[in-house]
Write a protein that binds this ligand. Structure first.
Ligand code: 26Q
Length: 759
């Protein structure tokens, strides 16, 4: 049956719900439309030819799917028109869908963007991950503190369909059945691939106690209960290994089974499969594949060669604490069957070089997952040009000298279907009016917008769209959080995981500085609204203290009419993909202020740029490439360079205290944390701890960048207020240069250099 056309949609919905659309609840409409999408998606399944990609990742931050799938299938406009003709709205329909928050942040969202691009580019590529019953925790603010509750997103109609397929996985010597669930991923005017998610049938949510606490040792009941259980204790860390092995063992078995079904004799696995290891979390797939190939009679040397040819590794971080290393005895407990293989791999790696720093198992009996990845895959890539250079020249230099040919860069990207077409329909429409629809599949066509940078009519339209989007965000904030914001103020947004290296605390110090300036009569050129969205890992004390300080400052300002006329701080509760889709189109100034060298790439920076925000940022991650693309007059760069930072770290001579002592502005801002005004709304313990952290530690060198940040930010505010037309012109330049940051381009590069799919 034809599904496009308003009339056809109308018929389908009426038949499926067995009543008039007016009489349907949104839940009923959602279920009916989900079925339409599923049936349509099936029509785009194509047989696999040649090599197929398997993207293994502990996170897939897919976000809500209905609207995105309707857009990709070309049905969105008809569905919207049909609903509106019957007094229903798309926005209300979207609210019914729970968001699958199966990721923490950038790494998981990148995996989701990649699946969209693979399907759009008609490449055969599936995801492999876990079906967490609770995604990233739900964040609540009480007394200016973050608390966590479970995010039950399952139940009701689900996109991921249960299959009859199960694979036996041995954990700590006991067998478990991993069941496969499959979620169809349909590309924009493209094919349908699958996200394969594994789960146990025995998971039991009733073991959840207060907040997100649960018995971490009861594997049968808890294995896939939560995304990244708190790993601040040993049981949590062991559970993480259990989860990872369930994913890679079931995934590896599935891959081999599929390849054999398609005609592989396993010796030629490379002709059938490419496997991308997303950070170190799925690294055990290497020894697991070698083990499984061994069971099929392939000897260790040949199996190792096959696996090295098939697998490739992406590094997403240079933060030492995020590079997974496990005490060997953890692995002895959870995956004893892998240990003889990991030991042989360690011996093989050691035989290749005198340099023991690249060993897999070090002298302290710690297993370095990234080391195994680099030795036993054919490709190691960083995720932005600067990041890859840092890996090659400092962080992984010992490996680079060993295998220069393995190292390559793949600058991250974002899917424009979700981050433009879906989240910013008005801007999409204007762009289409100006340059036609080609940019939806070929993002480089956005460059054609450069023809309009002096067209006042277009600039006026662009400014109106931004204002509408700000008003829409304001309405959403009022509806969801009962906060009233002024859409005529300048919106500066920092939304990302809460982490010291991302330096939300630098933004905090700026806001305190502004507070003092306003009190002293130096008001900004235009009222400002600082908007935050961020979750802190449940056991990350200082990150939670930064949230507390921002929420407290927000109160202090709100209670002070003299200041609140000029500035407002809004912290969005439970930041997730859905919130990001509302915030990003409404942003004027995008805060990308990580300590140079620490942010591998960033992808939020790309989303804001594409939606017409100017960036205030350090020369870090992909900011560097954004700056190159738009030119220095269309971005606000400040702060130390990555080389300066790396040098400061290697000399070990940074003393935050000295900066605090000599700089009166820094001193004043930090002292304010424990001022009477702050203590009257906030908690002494948290505020004092943060203050001490800044004075005595400041691991991410906030203080040396403080003054440069203030100067650049004040410049941005003045430019925005004094020359709005020029500001809008510069936002148009940013939009037109955003094409490079499409994940379609990223995926094409992965395919050309690493995967060679369908050949
Ligand atoms: C590791 C060990 C133990 C427990 C948890 C973890 C862990 C969990 C999540 C380590 C890392 C992550 C997530 C990392 C992440 O999101 N990295 C981001 O990846 C993006 C996509 O490449 C980049 O744009 C960001 O710069 C990078 O921070």
């Amino acid at each position: 049956m034809k599904v496009n056309g308003v009339k056809n949609i109308e018929n389908i919905l009426t038949v499926s719900c067995k009543k008039e659309i007016e009489q349907c609840s949104y839940e009923e409409l959602y279920t009916a439309l989900m079925k339409v999408v599923e049936e349509e998606s099936l029509k785009h399944v194509v047989p696999v030819r040649g090599r197929k990609l398997y993207y293994i990742s502990a996170e897939f931050l897919i976000g809500k799917l209905l609207s995105n799938n309707l857009i990709n299938l070309g049905l969105y406009d008809d569905v919207k028109a049909c609903l509106e003709a019957h007094g229903k709205s798309m926005a209300a329909l979207e609210e019914v869908e729970p968001e699958p928050s199966l990721g923490n942040g950038g790494l998981g969202r990148l995996a989701a963007c990649f699946l969209d691009s693979l399907a759009t580019l008609n490449l055969s590529g599936d995801g492999i991950g876990l079906r967490y019953h609770c995604g990233l925790f739900h964040q609540k603010f009480r007394d200016q503190l973050q608390s966590e509750t479970p995010d039950f997103w399952l139940g009701g109609d689900e996109w991921a369909k249960k299959t009859e397929k199960t694979y036996t996985v041995s954990l700590a010597g006991k067998d478990y059945e991993a069941r496969l669930y499959q979620l169809a991923v349909t590309g924009y005017e493209g094919r349908t691939n699958y996200l394969n998610l594994f789960d146990l049938d025995t998971i039991d949510p009733s073991i959840i106690g207060e907040g997100i606490s649960f018995d971490k040792t009861d594997i049968e009941k808890n294995l896939t209960l939560f995304l990244y259980p708190d790993d601040s204790d040993e049981a949590g860390r062991l559970l993480r290994i259990y989860q990872q092995y369930l994913m890679v063992s079931a995934g590896a078995q599935m891959i081999l089974e599929e390849c054999v079904e398609r005609g592989s004799n396993l010796h030629n696995l490379y002709d059938y499969a490419a496997i991308q290891i997303n950070d170190t979390h799925p690294s055990m797939v290497i020894p697991e594949l070698i083990r499984l190939l061994g069971e099929k009679g392939i000897d260790f040397d040949e199996a190792t060669e096959i696996v090295t040819k098939v697998c490739a590794y992406t590094n997403h971080t240079i933060l030492a604490e995020a590079l997974e290393k496990w005490p060997k005895h953890y692995l002895d407990t959870v995956v004893p069957q892998l240990m003889p293989i990991i030991e042989k791999l360690d011996a093989a790696a050691r035989s290749r070089t005198e340099d023991t720093s690249t060993a897999i198992i070090d002298g302290y009996q710690i297993v370095h997952m990234a080391h195994m990845d680099i030795h036993f895959t054919h490709s190691t890539n960083g995720v932005a040009a600067l990041h890859t250079e840092i890996l090659k020249n400092s962080e992984l230099n010992n490996f680079y000298r060993l295998y220069p040919e393995k190292f390559n860069n793949k600058t991250n990207g974002i899917t424009f279907r979700r981050w433009l077409l879906e989240c910013n329909p008005k801007l999409t429409e204007l762009i289409e009016e100006l340059i036609g629809p080609g940019f939806k599949k070929d993002a480089s066509e956005l460059e054609k917008l450069m023809d309009f940078t002096d067209n006042e009519k277009v600039l006026k339209q662009l400014a109106d769209i931004k204002h509408d989007n700000k008003a829409a965000l304001a309405a959403w904030l009022e509806h969801t959080q009962k906060v009233v914001v002024n859409p005529d103020s300048m919106f500066m947004i920092q939304s990302k995981r809460m982490h010291e290296y991302k330096r939300q605390q630098l933004n905090l110090l700026y806001l305190i500085h502004q507070y003092f300036e306003i009190k002293a009569g130096h008001t900004p050129k235009i009222p400002i609204t600082a908007i935050f969205g961020a979750k802190a890992a449940p056991a990350y004390t200082i990150a939670k203290d930064i949230i507390h300080a921002l929420l407290t400052l927000s109160e202090v300002i709100g209670d002070d009419p003299e200041v609140s006329k000029w500035m407002q701080i809004v912290f969005i509760e439970n930041y997730n993909v859905t919130a990001a889709e509302k915030m990003i189109p409404a942003c004027d100034l995008s805060e990308q202020i990580s300590l140079a060298s620490k942010e591998a790439s960033g992808t939020g920076n790309m989303k804001f740029m594409l939606n017409g925000a100017l960036t205030l940022g350090t020369m870090d991650g992909a900011n560097v490439e954004i700056a190159e693309a738009v030119g220095s007059e269309n971005i606000y760069i400040f702060g130390q360079s990555s080389n300066q930072v790396i040098r400061r770290y290697s000399h070990g001579d940074y003393s935050a205290r000295e900066w605090y002592e000599v700089d009166p502005n820094i001193h004043r801002a930090i002292d304010f944390l424990t001022s009477e005004a702050m203590l009257s709304c906030g908690r002494q313990e948290n505020l004092e701890r943060l203050k001490n952290e800044l004075i005595y530690k400041d691991w991410f060198q906030t203080l040396p960048d403080f003054n440069a940040y203030i100067v650049r930010k004040e410049q941005a505010v003045a430019d925005y207020a004094q020359n709005p037309l020029d500001w809008t012109k510069r936002t148009l330049i940013n939009i037109s240069k955003a094409g490079f940051f499409s994940s379609d381009r990223t995926i094409e590069e992965y395919n050309k250099d690493i995967w060679h799919l369908g050949e």
